[in-house]
Write a protein that binds this ligand. Structure first.
Ligand code: UD1
Length: 417
């Protein structure tokens, strides 16, 4: 098992190039199935989750070529609508293939994703929407068998603006007749990116990024080229790293607009943040200040994916911070590990963390329980005294490309062992 060993207390300085967004890459790769042709996807991050998505595409019958950060997907000969359980389990978000397979084949056979590290993650909203689009779904023994003889557009009002459900509906609409209108749709930048890719293939989608998305169906999609947006969550992770370790860094290749929900939080903590064009510069204060109250929300609220890393930064803040996790029910699994490092955190009702800032964190042997929680341990370790060892880093590799190499370039003492 690989681990990361981090000698804390080194100030960070320099520039890091931001990777492409994982949460954009995965739905866009599945969207390639809806196209009868070749998709050239640039800025695709090199991550284990992306490798898992490519394995699924290959199983379906697509031809894949990977050239650096460009992935070429030829889906002309795609001929299967099943995804084996083993491949489904490699990546939880593989559920986003459901809509794409239905659009292409009018059928899909996948295993049910079930809960994961951060919560139950039901897919009821995905399934009820697809049923409304005239899909018959049989759920037995952990498998989903879906079939339709005529996928129809529908008016779908989501009870919660689920990112995955919005994506699955958009993807299924690529093979339906009539118009689909999603109300209370997710507004995340990754939804806009998926729409932009589909539009470049000829789809007619209006309102992506807003609460009402309108999709005109019946268009045959053609080959296209697309560049994935920068990863706003990894950008915020680098920001938390410098806030914890101290120093000043530049993150190159950001989209400042996507970081609007997180920049004010770092500013409240006393960081100086400036962004010119696509470069963001962040300078830490001597010691960060508390953030009195912070709650995770759907975009444009503060992202749940940045909750753990910001909590790690606040463990050493002056004063008491309170963080409420409002999206997932089990997203505080990094807390016991941070406590091992000397953090003073109390969790109330499983959803609210009260963080009393301490002056110092100490090195410890800690274990990642999920992707962002693992990153949070690295954030804390960079600002802790001594050598911290972070275990189970396969979680981190799901979403952060060459994390330790980027941090080394910034002056951190970090090694994969
Ligand atoms: C996506 C992101 C994930 C991010 C999350 C919230 C990807 C690959 N993953 O996950 O990184 O943390 O958005 O921004 O893009 N829910 C239901 N029923 C459903 C669907 C969702 O109850 O059918 C609930 C979930 O349990 C959760 C909430 O809605 O409590 C948000 O889930 P959702 O927005 O769907 O997140 P994901 O698409 O799974």
């Amino acid at each position: 098992m690989e681990k990361l060993a981090i000698n804390g207390g080194r100030r960070l300085d320099g520039k890091v190039m931001l990777q492409g967004s994982k949460n954009s890459a995965l739905p866009i790769l599945s969207a390639c199935v809806t196209v009868n042709g070749i998709s050239v996807i640039h800025n695709c991050p090199d991550l284990t989750d992306v490798t898992a998505a490519l394995k699924i595409l290959e199983h379906i019958g697509c031809r894949i070529k990977r050239e650096g950060h460009t992935v070429i997907v030829d889906s002309t000969d795609a001929n299967r609508f099943d995804i084996p359980d083993k491949l489904m389990r490699e990546m939880r978000s593989s559920i986003v293939f459901l809509g794409a397979l239905l659009a292409r084949f009018g059928a899909a056979c996948v295993s049910s994703p079930g809960g994961c590290e951060i919560g139950l993650r039901p897919i009821d909203l995905h399934l009820s929407a697809l049923r409304k689009m005239n899909t018959y779904i049989n759920e037995t023994g952990g498998f989903l068998e879906c079939a339709t003889d005529n996928l129809c557009g529908a008016d779908i009002n989501l009870a919660f603006p689920s990112v995955g459900a919005t994506e699955n509906i958009m993807l299924a609409s690529m093979g339906s007749s009539g118009e689909t209108v999603i109300t209370n749709a997710a507004r995340e930048p990754e939804i806009i990116d998926l729409a932009d890719y589909l539009k470049s293939c000829g789809a007619e989608i209006y309102g992506a990024g807003q609460s009402v998305i309108r999709i005109k169906s019946g268009k045959k999609l053609h080959s296209a080229e697309h560049t994935i947006i920068p990863d706003r969550i990894v950008a915020s992770t680098f920001m938390a790293c410098v806030a914890s370790a101290g120093g000043r860094i530049a993150v190159d290749g950001v989209c400042k607009e996507h970081l609007a929900p997180v920049i004010p939080v770092f500013e409240t903590a006393g960081c100086e943040v400036s962004a010119k064009r696509n470069e963001l510069v962040i300078k830490s204060p001597e010691r960060v200040s508390r953030v009195k109250s912070l709650g995770t929300m759907p975009y444009p609220g503060f992202p749940t994916d940045s909750q753990a890393i910001v909590m790690a930064m606040l463990t050493k803040a002056k004063g008491t911070s309170v963080i409420s996790e409002k999206i997932f029910e089990n997203r505080f699994r990094h807390v016991p590990e941070l406590i091992k490092m000397g953090a003073d955190i109390r969790v109330e009702d499983g959803r609210v963390a009260v963080i009393e800032g301490v002056k110092r964190l100490c090195a410890a042997s800690v274990s990642s329980s999920d992707l962002r929680g693992g990153c949070a341990l690295v954030v804390a370790a960079l600002g802790a005294d001594g050598k911290t060892v972070v275990d189970e880093i396969h979680h981190i590799d799901r979403g952060c490309e060459a994390f330790e190499i980027c941090l080394s370039q910034l002056g951190a003492e970090i090694k994969r062992e």
